[in-house]
Design a protein around this ligand. Sequence first.
Ligand SMILES: [Zn+2]
Length: 131
Amino acid sequence: MRENICEDFQETVREYLIRHQSILDIISKSQETNAYISRALTKAITQCGCIELNSKKINLPESSTISDIKDAYNSQLKGNLCSTCSEIIEQELGKNLFYIVALCNALELDLEDILLKENKKVKALGRFNCT
Ligand SMILES: [Zn+2]
């Protein structure tokens, strides 16, 4: 195993991506695994009940500062994932990451470079990063 987890994972995905090597398969599997993350989160709320969604419109005065806005918004979740839901969501995130990395590999992009550039961009833009 390499010390660089990004490089190591890219190599693992390169080795074990067998059937879905077409770029169309990769992007559709990425979308599919993303949907499974949403489904697992939904089931944690509606079937397990370990977390609750406390969603509502947030009304802020026009004079709100960026700091006010940051303080007003949150995940709108109440509670904590139980160990079962946490494990399921981690597995779904892992599957999604697999296809994100497969996309990097198909396009000959370096995951670590992407993470470093994005981290640098977010830090440079600070609160003005509206992604
Ligand atoms: Zn749960």
